[in-house]
Design a binder for this molecule. Structure first.
Ligand code: CDP
Length: 204
């Protein structure tokens, strides 16, 4: 069985948490596509051309996800993500993952619009910038790291603007996406809404 769940939305909206929960619930594989852009961003910070890094991305570039989940790498990721050649180099891998037998959940910015326009289920997960900044703060606190709320909020807003305004595959809800505003939803409620959307489309 092939079945694709596309989850898009702005920074720190909870796409990953929802994606992982949906994947676990239905036994689907999960890909956080942001990590691909983060890995390219990290190699650019280390001095490489982004286009070359994207064409030559290796599994070991993704072997330490926590090292990629820093504010510096996030900003670098959204800078390399505007380059059409970078996006093109990452396309085939994402599509192949989406079509794997057994079902797949992908989260990112352009999954429902560009990578998998025919995904069975499309969600656009969002929340106010303030709520998202607070969630990112909580994630870092849970890891024992400190962060400044105003800086996190500025980071989230800068990335949102770059992601939404770029010409190549801008972040936008697909016309047929279910928009899930999680500003006032707990994680259990948000996951329940996503699971219900999958249940409604899943072959019996
Ligand atoms: O976890 P968070 O929501 O903060 O970000 P992420 O999903 O790891 O994505 C990091 C950056 O990669 C984003 O700000 C986008 O610029 C870029 N990205 C993209 O352009 N397309 C995707 N499908 C996924 C991420």
């Amino acid at each position: 069985m092939r079945f694709t769940v596309a989850i898009d939305g702005p920074a720190a909206a909870g796409k990953g948490t929802i994606g992982r929960a949906v994947a676990e619930r239905f036994g689907f594989a999960h890909l956080d596509t942001g990590l691909l852009y983060r890995a390219v961003g990290a190699r650019m910070l280390a001095g490489e051309r982004a286009e070359d890094a994207a064409r030559d991305l290796r599994p070991e570039d993704l072997s330490d996800p926590d090292a990629l989940r820093t504010p510096e790498v996030a900003q670098a990721a959204s800078k390399v993500a505007v380059i059409p050649e970078v996006r093109a180099a990452l396309l085939d891998f994402q599509r192949a993952f989406a079509h794997r037998v057994g079902g797949a959940v992908l989260d990112g910015r352009d999954i429902g619009t560009v990578i998998c326009p025919r995904a069975e289920v499309k969600l656009f997960v969002t929340a106010s910038a303030e709520v998202r900044a607070q969630r990112r703060m909580d994630e870092w606190k849970a890891k024992g790291l400190s962060a400044d709320y105003d800086e996190v909020l500025a980071d989230v807003k800068a990335r949102d603007a770059r992601d939404a305004d770029r010409a190549a595959a801008p972040m936008v809800a697909a016309d047929d996406a279910l928009v899930l505003d999680t500003s006032n939803l707990g994680i259990d409620e948000a996951v329940a809404a996503a699971v219900a959307a999958v249940e409604a489309k899943r072959p019996l």
